[in-house]
Design a protein around this ligand. Structure first.
Ligand code: AMP
Length: 465
């Protein structure tokens, strides 16, 4: 099948009519003028209304503007760039088997393999009714399968920078026909030291390209990156800069490090009593601490799994799948490993310790309260972490509520919960029409939306129906 999409799409909503502060509420996917093949795929995902970042970004991307998007994972940002990308390159779609007819047209760079896999899954779902091919390449796994996919030809490539450079070095990947470049979670790519890799990669892409940069925060370094590689970009943002979602209730408990594990158990017990989900991500700063905490919680009878950099890709996938299915209720994670995980319904995030980098705190608590749902973010802070707390408060430009740690012991005859003298807000099943919010409350839609292909099968490419 060859698609006959128009060369230049004219969206029904002019890009300039949408500004970040004032997103028209009544926008539908049909308003973007996307090809029916894309609209069909979107409808199959069960999305009714674009999320704010989608409403803001899609018209700009369709008109060819470079764009800086301030949006965290969980806001629908992936579809905000993937849908218009598919629309724009659809004119190249070809049913020919010849690799020459399938050069890389769109390149998405991500900091981690988890995010790469998730973006690729989205791209595969949204393009499944077209002849466009999608593949993902990342490090830590054998190159062979990826080489096969790249040699066959692929229009949309999602990659982590290091592994992409390996494939470029062995002449398996060629970027000379890339029209659209996306730097996803650019702040994290810089944090992880990918700048030299990014520079090498971008130098291989034609200057006549469209560049989209997404980042949870706009640090001076990100602004510098944008100045170097984006041309008069339009900026769209869905949350206040350096702010957590308003739907997240944040609490700090001052607790000695020796008592932190016990405090977690208390938090989970209290959530059970209050009829709240026990599902949570607990963040730790080190791989060792992450593994230890998960084991200790298991000894306390809590179904816990650990996800950190020392785990193989296969182990991470298994743990993540178990978490998404509910077989594990507590995921203990380090920042890097948790980056980009698509778990829309996360009701609670616990910081077992504060991150050394204040921006990481925003990423961590961004795991909850996503797409308008409510969430609790609980930080367990000991005296030695007060300086880190100061940094976080400075970055967020607000003081966090400190709840004095109540007595751990239940006094005889005491009926109220000593730990929760002030209960966290329950997340009630939503009656809202907001599709993201309602998807959050439906267990079926938790996690990765497209069940196929399974994460474990995603070593590289996606087969079309
Ligand atoms: P992202 O921020 O791209 O990681 O997306 C977060 C979650 O929202 C994913 O599970 C998406 O499948 C889902 N999602 C994206 N766009 C929409 C939409 N318009 N309506 C409902 N859910 C969406």
């Amino acid at each position: 099948m060859t698609n006959t999409a128009p060369e230049l799409n004219t969206p029904a909503i002019p890009a300039e009519s949408i500004d970040s502060a004032n997103t028209p509420a009544e926008i539908t996917f049909a308003d973007f003028g996307l090809d029916p093949l894309i609209q069909k795929a979107v409808a199959e995902q069960g999305y009714n209304t674009p999320t704010p970042i989608q409403a803001q970004a899609i018209p700009h991307v369709l008109t060819g503007r470079d764009l800086m998007g301030a949006a965290q994972t969980g806001t629908g940002k992936t579809a905000a760039f993937v849908l218009p990308i598919i629309q724009k390159i659809l004119r190249h779609a070809s049913s020919s088997a010849s690799p020459a007819r399938h050069p890389i047209r769109a390149l998405v760079l991500t900091p981690t393999r988890e995010l790469a896999v998730q973006v690729a899954e989205n791209a595969a779902s949204y393009s499944k009714h077209t002849d466009l091919r999608t593949a993902v390449v990342y490090g830590g796994v054998d190159m062979k399968e990826q080489v096969g996919l790249l040699r066959n030809g692929v229009e949309i490539l999602i990659a982590t920078p290091g592994r992409l450079l390996d494939h470029i070095g062995s002449k398996v990947a060629n970027l000379s026909q890339v029209e659209i470049l996306v730097l996803d979670e650019a702040d994290r790519m810089l944090d992880m030291g990918f700048l030299p890799d990014l520079q090498r990669i971008i130098d291989l892409i034609p200057a006549q390209r469209q560049t989209l940069l997404f980042s949870a925060t706009f640090s001076p370094e990100i602004k510098k990156l944008a100045q170097s590689y984006l041309r008069t970009p339009v900026t769209v943002e869905v949350a206040r800069q350096n702010a957590a979602a308003d739907t997240v209730k944040q609490v700090v408990h001052m607790v000695s490090s020796a008592d932190k594990q016990r405090a977690i158990v208390k938090v989970l017990e209290a959530r059970t009593r209050q009829g709240l989900s026990r599902q949570c991500i607990i963040f730790t700063n080190s791989r060792l601490g992450c593994a230890r905490l998960a084991r200790a919680l298991e000894r306390d009878g809590i179904k816990a799994g650990a996800i950190h950099g020392d785990k193989s890709q296969g182990e991470r996938t298994l743990t993540l799948d178990a978490f998404k299915s509910g077989a594990i209720e507590v995921l203990v994670a380090t920042d890097v490993a948790a980056r980009g995980l698509d778990i829309p319904s996360m009701p609670c995030v616990i910081n077992h310790e504060l991150p050394f980098n204040a921006e990481d705190f925003i990423h961590r608590i961004g795991r909850t309260g996503r797409a308008g749902s409510k969430g609790d973010a609980i930080a367990l802070v000991d005296d030695s972490e007060k300086r880190l707390l100061d940094d976080i408060e400075k970055l967020m430009k607000r003081k966090l509520e400190v709840a004095a740690l109540p007595n751990f012991k239940q006094e005889p005859g005491q009926t109220s919960d000593p730990f929760f003298y002030k209960p966290y807000e329950a997340t009630k099943p939503s009656q809202s029409n907001d599709p993201v919010q309602s998807s959050v409350t439906e267990p079926k839609k938790v996690g990765i939306v497209s069940a196929k292909p399974a994460v474990g099968a995603l070593l590289g490419g996606f087969k079309k129906k």
